[in-house]
Design a protein around this ligand. Sequence first.
Ligand code: TXE
Length: 498
Amino acid sequence: MGDMIRNLGKMYMNGEWVEAASGKTREVLNPATGEVIAIVTEGGVEDVQRAIEAARQAFDESGWRETSARHRADLLFALADKIQANADELARIETLNNGKPLREAESDVDSAVSCLRYYAGMVTKPHGQTYEVSNPNMQAMVVREPIGVCGQIVPWNFPLMMSAWKLAPCLAAGNVTVFKPSETTPLTAIRLFELMEEVGFPKGVVNLVLGEGKTVGAELASSHLVDKVAFTGGTETGRSVMQAATGNIKKVSLELGGKSPNIVFADVDVNVVVEYAMFGIFLGSGQVCSSGSRLLIQDDIYDAFIEELRARTALIKVGNGMDPDTEMGPLVTRQHMQKVLHYIEIGKQEGATLLTGGRQIVEGEFGKGNFVEPTIFTDTTPQMRIVQEEIFGPVLVVQRFKTEEEAIRLANDTVYGLAGAVFTSDAGKAMRVAKQVRSGIFWINAYHSAYDQAPWGGYKQSGIGRELGTFGLDEYTEVKQINFNTSLQPLGWFKGKQ
Ligand code: TXE
């Protein structure tokens, strides 16, 4: 046990740190070494129900939802400051628990800080509308109010950053939360809730539950005491969250999987764009919802591009994320690694050419972790499963195209619609393609960049709703119209009088 972080990570509900009623615990592992780095309490349905009741009471009775926007902003600013003050520790925990290289974890911590500050700032700015309506005596207005108790479920690929993306708009808008991190990567969330306690969020407003998706997560999605469920994770799980939410017609926002196309036209500088293609797929070991996992290359530069891509991919330094030289870390769990390796087998069986990689790295210390070589498949056809399905690992599939129309057709030919990109020096072509690709996020001559101001979310089976920007705050508010009659006169609708 090299880097033991927690002897017993607990849940936080109603202002107290508690263990699961069942007394069950779970080991949390370092994906680079297989070592146990923490033991955490393993919540169950009974525990999440307690947290939901605390949140319900806090929303209905504590006065939190009537607090001033300024007060909520102050708490969020203070939380951002606390995260910043503990940035090194948080980044280190993230790397040990998720496996991502430290430089990626540090960037996630920065993003969490800036997202909290963004929503803290936004909530004190004007929002709402007034309308001129047909009756001049009526003043019509729209106000935004919090939705209520929010169940928030996040995955393991960006544990801290996703927590900030979920918590910041939710709390800024005056909601309360029952928050569930992934059972695989709960450690930065536990630390985050300790910081929230220090900052002074009132009892019951912020609640942390730990445990499995199919018990704790499913209860958050189905409970009639929860008004909204916000979920980031796989499309299949998203489907079941959406179904579970029907019982009380919960508001639902879902950020799901993708198979995003990265389109490269022949007019680009191959040396420059190859690195963007690599960044698009190998960041986070390909475990990123927006990964550019399908690379579409135009015929004329295909051979040169592929050769450069193969050569540079073979040089990627895979290793333990704590090593400053590491460029790509392990996959998050053994089980997930097996899934990715299985897809690599499927690709071979389907007849695609394995250009590079394709193996688990087992030599020496690597064998204890979940390391897979950066992998590229060429000679694919659109029907192949490796082209259609989300692999969520360091596996790039290449598709070849001749014309702009063909690129757009291939780009749109999956059930997903999260992200996409085009690389070209022709501005008109770039814009035409950007408008034709059916996705919620699209980059021109860039990949993966995300900004607090810009909405994040998907078309098609990549999700519902948007995070970040003003859109992200809207997802945590109800819209109310208020009609104010400024001149009350007899209505005259019914004739009979006493
Ligand atoms: O995700 P899950 P998994 C994709 C990716 C990956 C696949 C499966 O393709 O290979 O999903 O990964 C909670 N009700 N993405 O199984 O199941 C769970 O505890 C409520 C894309 O790890 O989606 C965790 O907190 N909640 C993605 C969270 O859902 C449930 C990121 C995510 O787990 C639940 C992760 C249920 N029935 C995986 N079952 C992205 N969009 O970035 C599980 N959970």
